[in-house]
Design a protein around this ligand. Structure first.
Ligand SMILES: Cc1ncc(COP(=O)(O)O)c(C=O)c1O
Length: 404
């Protein structure tokens, strides 16, 4: 496979004026690999009429919990919901501070705000793009209740250092594992280091259900509370009221949310999970091809996975420094788009967004690594769906754009 891909990459573009791919054949960033099993399972939902939360959600919870080796898993309709509910179950609310990274998707920060707490940002280690434990330590106050590490791109955070800090200060850990289904750190699964691990099954993620999420927790009481909060605050197992066991009364025990996952989503997720390792291997292969074929270009490539960890290969991010590359990151993005290759940005740093500046007074320059990375980063396609030709088109497009 790799040699075929290398051979194809080596062949020159037929006509430099022509885009690498035709517009009809635009390479969509992050398209999931959906198999016949997913289609059959979704059809089964439609035929049985059980579209909402039901047996397939329960199956996905069991299988995901077993895959990660965690005692409890609660399915929800997004990672944002997972983070929000975890905060609430952790007892985090007004007056509390929660520390997270300045380089993440806005949902990480918004979930802290939804819980009524105040987000506090820590800058990243520029080599790993993960939250820097020294920055975390510097941000702890008497109001700090928890930290939310994000295993960025699928690379495990420095969990030894973070766990030490949280133990010293009596803080909770809520892991944002949106990128990290397959990630491990020193043999331990991402999402099992603290009280809660939150996963995303959004369409571009390693395991996709369209929208969807999962919470791992180590404590049965948390799991029970999460289930109640995810479905209007109705007493446990309320979803059974429409089951073949006949109608059952339910009781509202608190004011919850409508965050439950549907069987339609779980139908896709069950088979995505069955293929998780196969897809991981394919992405690892693509990652290695990019590392080899893009080396020597005026780009900063991602650091190799750290010793003793397993990278989930969710994102392949390169940095475009405008002086070195002789084009800006945004020009790189529009040139790649003109070659009909879809790319992404993960992410502009959190403090550049006007809402957070106005509400918290954050200044981007106070988080210099996140700011620079947010200005330079571009994610190349890294889906198991990519064919050898797709991978070679991405490489040829990057070379072409940088050689102009
Ligand atoms: C780091 C991170 N956290 C949280 C989320 C939110 O996930 P979801 O879209 O499932 O709510 C995402 C999604 O892109 C993410 O990348």
């Amino acid at each position: 496979m790799a040699s075929t891909e290398s051979d194809a990459i080596g062949s020159p573009a037929s006509n430099p004026a022509e885009p690498i791919r035709s517009s009809k054949d635009f390479l969509i960033f992050g398209a999931p690999l959906i198999g016949d099993e997913e289609k059959r399972e979704v059809l089964d939902c439609l035929e049985t009429g059980w579209l909402g939360t039901g047996p397939k959600v329960a199956q996905l919870e069991r299988e995901f919990r077993d895959y990660k080796g965690a005692p409890y898993a609660v399915a929800v309709n997004s990672c944002t919901a997972a983070l929000h509910l975890s905060m609430l179950a952790a007892g985090i609310g007004p007056g509390d501070e929660v520390i997270t990274t300045a380089l993440t998707f806005c949902a990480t920060v918004n979930a802290i705000i939804h819980a009524g707490a105040e987000p506090v940002l820590a800058d990243v280690n520029p080599a790993t793009l993960n939250i820097d434990p020294r920055e975390v330590a510097a941000k702890i106050t008497s109001r700090t209740k928890a930290i939310v590490p994000v295993h960025f791109a699928g690379r495990a955070c420095d969990m030894d250092a973070l766990v030490t800090i949280t133990r010293r200060h009596g803080l909770m850990i809520i892991e944002d594992c949106a990128h990290a289904v397959e990630t491990t750190y020193k043999g331990k699964q991402a999402g099992t280091f603290g009280s809660f691990g939150c996963f995303s099954f959004y369409v571009t993620k390693n395991m996709a259900t369209g929208e969807g999420g999962m919470i791992l927790t180590m404590d049965e009481r948390y799991a029970d509370r999460l289930k109640i909060l995810a479905l209007h605050g109705m007493s446990k197992d309320a979803w059974r009221r429409f089951s073949d066991e006949g109608y059952k009364h339910y009781y509202v025990v608190e004011c919850g949310y409508k965050y439950n996952m549907m069987d339609l989503q779980a139908a896709i997720g069950i088979h995505q999970l069955h293929r998780i390792e196969m897809n991981w291997e394919r992405r690892q292969e693509i990652w290695a091809i990019y590392q080899r074929e893009l080396s020597g270009l005026p780009l900063t490539l991602p650091a190799e996975p750290d010793q003793g960890t397993r990278h989930s290969y969710h994102l392949y991010t390169v940095l475009v420094d405008s002086e070195r590359a002789r084009l800006t990151r945004d020009q790189f993005i529009s040139d790649m788009t003109a070659e009909n290759i879809g790319v992404g940005v993960h992410y502009q740093s959190i403090p550049v967004h006007p809402y957070y500046q106005e509400r918290f007074g954050w200044r981007p320059e106070d988080y210099p690594h996140s700011l620079r990375i947010g200005q330079q980063t571009v994610s190349l396609p890294l889906s198991a769906k990519l064919t050898s030709r797709d991978v070679s088109d991405v490489v040829r497009a990057v070379r072409k754009v940088l050689n102009r």
